[in-house]
Design a protein around this ligand. Structure first.
Ligand code: HEC
Length: 106
């Protein structure tokens, strides 16, 4: 009785962990989708106006977003405003998503 109770508890704990990881993946993709209008689907922009984000190391994206947020990058048209709309945790998720995407073939 006791042991099965314990096992059931573990199963619930493990299940919850799995759900959480899946939620993060979906959340990352949904957040990254808000950048697609300008940076291309999955960050694979091919035009010359806006740089692609696919395959850019997550640390670079996090650093750039932090710099935009802080107003440290001059001559920005829109990113200083966009960066302010996301929490640091959301930016980490977005950066991880784009870093894992394959750059578009040119
Ligand atoms: C409305 C169009 C638009 C959207 C939406 C947008 N960006 Fe940008 N992004 C730009 C433009 C334009 C630049 C060039 C800098 C500027 O003018 O602000 C840029 C530059 C960047 C850069 C710097 C690239 C480099 O190598 O210098 C990063 C990183 C970036 N954006 C990340 C993002 C992320 C992450 C999102 C989604 C949360 C996003 N952008 C959404 C238009 C956009």
């Amino acid at each position: 009785m006791r042991i099965s109770h314990l096992l059931a508890g573990w199963a619930i704990a493990l299940g919850a962990t799995g759900v959480h990881a899946q939620t993060d993946v979906n959340l990352a993709r949904n957040l990254a989708a808000t950048c697609a209008n300008c940076h291309g689907t999955n960050g694979q922009a091919v035009g010359k106006d806006v740089k692609p984000l696919a395959g850019v190391p997550a640390a670079n994206i996090v650093a750039l977003m932090a710099a935009y947020k802080a107003g440290a990058i001059p001559n920005t048209t829109i990113m200083h405003q966009i960066a302010k709309g996301y929490s640091d945790d959301q930016i980490k998720l977005i950066a991880g998503y784009f870093a894992a995407q394959k750059p578009a073939q040119k």
